[in-house]
Design a protein around this ligand. Structure first.
Ligand code: SF4
Length: 418
């Protein structure tokens, strides 16, 4: 029998970048980040959303810095977050006039932990290099890292035109799509080289090259990863709403992460009207956790249900266990170190229920239609109880809480020694 490999490829070595105390690349665990959609000049709204994203687990939060009012708000937002005890580093997203905003608002330049520059719109023609250079010099002065973030929606048109002309003159020209992908990669590499020539070390530079199509994203990042050792920020831009955005982002980034590519990720979800911005953080964490890269929150494995589960009992139990865990996690993280590694199984019937439940730390196999109305509970692979009656859900939730206390609580060592 051949050996089955169920591990990702080795991580691509990259130069680590310290972003306000969070290491990106250099072998550090893949960092989860997100971005606000508030007007940064609205200090109350932005503080509230950064706080929500941070509490949901976003390790870095990017905010738009698009005009004087938002630049002036940044140090106040930083101050308010510090007073709330939230040290999450803030990243400033600059377009067009970043050089001017950073020069005119030194407190903003100081309060930000990283500057994001888009080489496609940092300036045009002869102003481009000067304005790009001005931001890099600001980063050097304030000892901040930058992300050189190429986006194909705002790709450097001069570079693209040059490459298109060269391609046209070549004997065996590439497709326009292939030239565009090359322009995206070159834009990131040329800009990073320029930044290094100005004096910003590679340990202060993160690169990204975002596109909106899954196959293009995989191709562009695979090439970028091959041609440099910079830390890479992964993200599928304009991923979209709901399941489409989640599936497209997970497919693209899952493949790259499996190949060892990517040091920080952002899932760019368009929220539903009135939707929760923290959803993108949850999706990023679940992507990393289900692929086995990191652990953030106990996983609840539940079967999909089928014709053997005509009641909704097991769906309700799976849902209430999951939401109970999510609600309690901020407290559990403090009280029960290691609890994020917990696996819980909630299964619908006898077919796969006992088997799956035995593989979880704690699992329950509910009775399917026509089965005896009893639910065996398995702890660490052994059947420890059989629950019956209308209180099965509550009884199981209590057992999960007891299991967590026994295994991860302060008396866990004593318990294990018994
Ligand atoms: S475990 Fe039972 S209820 Fe769940 S999907 Fe399988 S057969 Fe259906």
């Amino acid at each position: 029998m051949s050996e089955y490999n169920s591990q990702p490829f080795e991580r691509r070595p990259s130069v680590g970048v310290d972003v306000g105390g969070i290491l990106v690349g250099g072998g550090a665990p893949v960092v989860v980040q997100s971005m606000t959609n508030t007007d940064t000049a609205d200090i109350d709204g932005t503080v509230a959303q950064v706080a929500a994203l941070s509490r949901a687990g976003s390790q870095l939060v990017r905010i738009t810095v698009d005009r004087d009012e938002s630049a002036a708000a940044v140090p106040k937002i930083r101050d308010r977050l510090d007073r709330l005890g939230l040290s999450v580093p803030l990243v400033g997203d600059f377009h067009y006039i970043g050089h001017k905003l950073l020069a005119d608002h030194p407190a903003c330049a100081e309060a930000l932990a990283k500057y994001r520059i888009n080489p496609g719109n940092v300036g045009f023609k002869d102003k481009k290099d000067a304005q790009f250079g001005a931001i890099i010099e600001m980063a050097i002065r304030y000892d901040k890292p930058v992300r050189i973030g190429v986006n194909w929606g705002s790709l450097d048109q001069e570079l693209l035109t040059t490459l298109m002309d060269q391609n046209h003159a070549a004997g065996s020209p590439l497709t326009a799509e292939a030239v565009t992908r090359e322009a995206i990669v070159q834009s990131a590499l040329i800009s990073s080289q320029l930044a290094e020539e100005i004096g910003l070390p590679r340990s202060k530079i993160i690169l990204s090259a975002k596109v909106s199509q899954v196959q293009d994203l995989i191709a562009v990042y695979a090439e970028l990863a091959r041609r440099c050792d910079h830390a890479l920020h992964l993200g599928l831009t304009e991923a979209g709403m709901g399941t489409k955005g989640i599936v497209a982002s997970s497919a693209a980034m899952g493949i790259l992460l499996q190949q060892g590519i990517g040091d920080t990720i952002r899932i760019s979800l368009t929220p539903e009207p009135g939707g929760d911005r923290t959803r993108e953080v949850q999706v990023a964490q679940e992507l990393l956790q289900t692929m086995g890269f990191r652990q953030f929150i106990p996983i609840v494995a539940a079967c999909p249900g089928c014709g053997r589960t005509t009641s909704t009992v097991f769906q309700e139990l799976a849902q209430s266990i999951q939401s109970d865990i999510r609600t309690n996690m901020p407290l559990w993280r403090e009280k029960y170190p290691g609890v994020e590694a917990l696996n819980v199984a909630v299964m619908g019937c006898i077919v796969n229920g006992p088997g799956e439940s035995k593989m979880a730390d704690i699992g329950i196999s509910l009775p399917g239609t026509g089965e005896t109305p009893s639910a065996p509970v398995f702890v660490d692979g052994k059947k420890v109880a059989t629950l019956r009656g209308a209180g099965i859900a509550q009884d199981f939730q209590k057992m999960v809480a007891e299991y967590i206390e026994n295994r991860f609580g302060q008396g866990a060592g004593a318990h294990a020694a018994e």
